[in-house]
Design a protein around this ligand. Sequence first.
Ligand SMILES: Cc1ncc(COP(=O)(O)O)c(C=O)c1O
Length: 430
Amino acid sequence: MSAAKKAILSSRSIQRVQRELRKRTQLQLKRDNRRLFHEANRLKRLPLYLFTILDELKAQACRRGVDVIDLGMGSPDLPPPRHVVEELIRQSRKAENHGYSRRDGVVERRLHEAIMDWYQRKFKISLDSRNEVLPLIGSKEGISHLSLAFLNHDDIALVPNPTYPVHFNGVVMAGGILYNLPIHPENHYLPDLHNIPRSVLRQSKMLFLSYPHNPTTAVADLKFFKDAVAWAKQHRIMIVHDFAYSDIVFDGYRAPSIMEVEGAKEVAVEFHTLSKSYSLPGLRLGFSVGNRDILASLAKTKSYVDFGIFRAVQWAAIKALSGPQDYVHHAVATYEKRRSIFTQGLRRAGWDVPIPKGTFYVWAKIPLKFSALTSLEFATLLVQEAGVVAAPGSGFGEYGEGFVRFALVAPESRLSDAVARIKKVLQMAD
Ligand SMILES: Cc1ncc(COP(=O)(O)O)c(C=O)c1O
């Protein structure tokens, strides 16, 4: 181990961080053991939810009076479009919108059509609004229920790792078999579909993809999707493409939809959300499009667990999708500027972070000097020493270890402050 690494590990701040994390983990275990009713094994199979630990550390820092800059969660800070919020208020006032949602109702039909039109305008793809479109209570809900709809205990789901946690957590909750496809910077964070053992392929039912990618910010071109669709047809495996960041792209890059591939509808479904493009994560409105049989099974699963989407929310979603799109362009320009300020700042501070083409994240390899620390330890160090919250890479799967993710969900001045504070941490033990 280098002298610099030894110096970091023996520094008082790191020892405090490690003590604190040990205490938090033991506390969680103690709390679990004291319970009268023990959770089902499927919950025990889920990885530790690292955001809970970070939330506690953040709360602790706030109690100490630290002015915390929270770049942990990908929850947009921009105010949502005014005309959408106004529609939500207007429609909420109407008594008829407070009943249970019905598949054949007026707003339900209109929302299906608005999604169909949005797809046509954006990607030049024709959808059958009735059978190839399914609105969701946020895309997370739909993605996790899709695993429940399709996975038996001996079915494998192929999941790139690291990735947005619901891709693997949904599989575990459904009781399916999770097979990690490690993705690395050397392969531009694209999974190698052609080196999966035959025995695994025979048992595989689903492949999860998501580009622009959270957390790595990687993007994929249409050729990659063409290859994936051909592979999926050959092996009779369904593709689930999570397209949450379809709009959040920079430098003139356009993110292709997997549905642009000829014949994609035979094997694929694609998920979208209003949470990112329209800064409406609290609204809980997402949708999926594509293969009608897959969507019918997802709708069937949902019919046993939810009662659809609040009608006022559906009206608001129609406004967002069908109205003027300047809001989205403005939001993207804002993230693009933030991206430049943050990445250039960190680079000037000596941290050579990549410049993302898509998403509003920065995925940064932990600097060499700190590489003896786990990503959770490094993220804890950032909260405690800099008052900056970042997401530890290991929260996105074991192959995310060694990285942290910053969400650019704070104004430019706060991002500059964050850079200045991080710079001081980077200079520790210099
Ligand atoms: C890749 C990805 N998919 C889905 C979601 C969840 O979106 P929603 O708010 O629609 O559930 C997120 C949220 O961070 C995400 O990053």
